[in-house]
Design a protein around this ligand. Sequence first.
Ligand SMILES: [Zn+2]
Length: 446
Amino acid sequence: MSDFNYDSYCGLYCGGCSIIKAYQSGIKDPFACFWSDEAGAELKCHGCKTDTVFGGAAEFGGCAKCAIRACAREKGVERCLSCPDFPCQNFNPDTEITKFLFDKLPHMSTIATNLQTILSKGANSWLEEQEAQWKCPDCQTDYTWYATHCSNCGKDLGDLKPYKNTFDTSVFQMMKMPDPDELFKKKVVFKLEGMDLVSIQKDIAYSVEQGSELLLDLYFPPNQLPDKKLPLVVLVHGEAPVPNIKDSGSFTSLGRIIAASGFAAAAFNHRVLMQGAGIKDVISDIENLLAFLIDNADEYGIDKNQIAIWSFSMGAPFGLYAGMHNSPAYIKCMVAYYGFGDFTSICNLFGRTDEQAEEYSPVQLLSQHPDKIAPMLVARAGMDQIPTILNSLDNFIRAAIENNIHIDIYNHPTGVHAFEIMNDNPRTHEIIEKTLEFLKRHLTAL
Ligand SMILES: [Zn+2]
């Protein structure tokens, strides 16, 4: 057994791991059963710090794909705690994402106390303590993260672990998300006649930031009359680890659907928080975009007095801010899909601080001049997997109602995040149809 190593970079103790122990003994706890029986993974591992590490299964993660492990190995650090960048974007035990994972996969919650022990007593003492922790006190047989009883003597292990004895299988549905390339190609599941006939003006530079052009695509209905000015729907994307998100299947298909409904649509790239932009930077990009479209409205045949903002996910608070801050008269309505209602939750999610987060949050703007806020439609993904997003959205909805705002709320009980591309079912179609009706009601074609 000498080639096994139970130490890790992040502070998880591999000696309690369901997968290593199943590999050694053939005894599988429910977690190992999930990986082998449902995910089809080979249960083979010698520990995080060895070269034989659990690879997971095709569409799921696994320790071999762990970004923390990869980072630590690349930097050559003994453990995250000894890294000068700790806590970093890859691993910060205090972020909402980590807390979410600790809740769904409670064996990971031991990392927090393990780090404390390593800091106070040193890694060797910690490893000795852990070796004792993960043995049945009655018969000294090893047990694992999600074993309920000792495999040898049957002792109830429930009280020996510092966390609840189950994991939430829904977390694996999150891991099962298609890879970013697949996701980028996915189109809105709803189709409209004429959407293949729309005309598109691509890659218009609306702003330059740090030497890079920020680009915009405009979608126009088929057979647009030359002197007719079209109401405009501006699409505000969320956080995404891909450049050029306006070219994703999601936005190219939605641009076509909106144009086929008789409006102009603007899909554009803005800077994102996860690549280091501040809240103010993103707000400024959207302001620049709107100013550009208003300045050039005549050239593009856009009615600059009839604009709707349709925002998504972490783009929602930015779209809502642009529509609500100072209540510009040209904003006729707003749509927000599965979005955050405040910036503070997003900052917590990324483990960062932003002094303006609260001040800029749309939930704060609701009470400032509620009678001037344009009608809004909010769609809620009932099965949203993004940590804290439903809480943030529900707080926004509650505050909107308390302030007696004109708000239409559509809940999608089986909808996951990005349900318009992920869930091809009647409720998705209904919500998109209702959104298009809402736009038609509040945007008047001249
Ligand atoms: Zn035992």
